[in-house]
Design a protein around this ligand. Structure first.
Ligand code: SF4
Ligand code: SF4
Length: 208
């Protein structure tokens, strides 16, 4: 009897408290700037993929959520600077615990995490994200691989003299503007703003 009275009392007192109902999904709840959300496979400023298919992310993953198959680039079909690229890349979001160990292991900063957290679904298949889903979108000045290296004759141009390369025009397409490295990182939106309203309205800053 006493327990029932306590229960009703709790219900009654709650009726006078401030309502915390979120207006989701119309208004997105802002995350912390370093929130670990959906992964992004980033691109170089000319559109080539940063992933070199080394599988270090897969080996670092404690949940065995990443599957990678590397393949050789050829002069006819180049997807990344250097020798190798990730031909198959999958992340299983039924397994992922969003620990971030994979992005720490990645030697080229190909793999980063966005603030995107809408990852619920009602079937297994749709929660295994493919490379096509994870790749950062092509920004103005980028070109969809395969294509030759635009930033220099060797892969070193992609990892050194970063300041210089931003002013370098495309070799094979001189009219094409190469975006700055900061812009080139802007894949899936990430909350870099302290302003929750900006995040809620879709202005969420740039990808890490
Ligand atoms: S965030 Fe953690 S669990 Fe998820 S894929 Fe990366 S290493 Fe694996
Ligand atoms: S995302 Fe990074 S660690 Fe994973 S295969 Fe590609 S280059 Fe290697």
């Amino acid at each position: 009897m006493l327990d029932s009275v306590k229960g009703f009392g709790l219900t009654f007192s709650t009726m006078f408290r401030k309502v915390f109902t979120e207006k989701y999904p119309e208004v997105m709840k802002p995350t912390a700037p370093r929130y670990h959300g959906r992964h992004v496979l980033n691109r170089h400023p000319d559109g080539l993929e940063k992933c070199v298919g080394c599988e270090l992310c897969a080996w670092a993953c404690p949940a065995d959520a990443i599957y990678v198959e590397g393949a050789d680039n050829t002069e006819e079909a180049r997807f990344s600077p250097g020798e190798r690229y990730g031909s198959v890349y999958q992340i299983n979001y039924l397994r992922c615990i969003f620990c971030g160990l994979c992005i720490e292991a990645c030697p080229t900063r190909a793999l980063t995490m966005s603030n995107e957290y809408e990852l619920a679904d009602d079937n297994r298949q749709d929660l295994i994200f493919t490379k096509e889903q994870l790749l950062a979108p092509l920004l103005p000045g980028m070109e969809a691989p395969p294509h030759p290296m635009r930033l220099g004759d060797s892969e070193h141009a992609y990892y050194v003299d970063v300041a210089d390369r931003t002013s370098t025009g495309s070799v094979d397409a001189p009219g094409r503007a190469v975006p700055t490295s900061a812009v080139a990182q802007a894949g899936v939106p990430v909350n870099r703003s302290a302003d929750p309203e900006a995040f809620a309205t879709g202005d969420r800053g740039a990808t890490r």
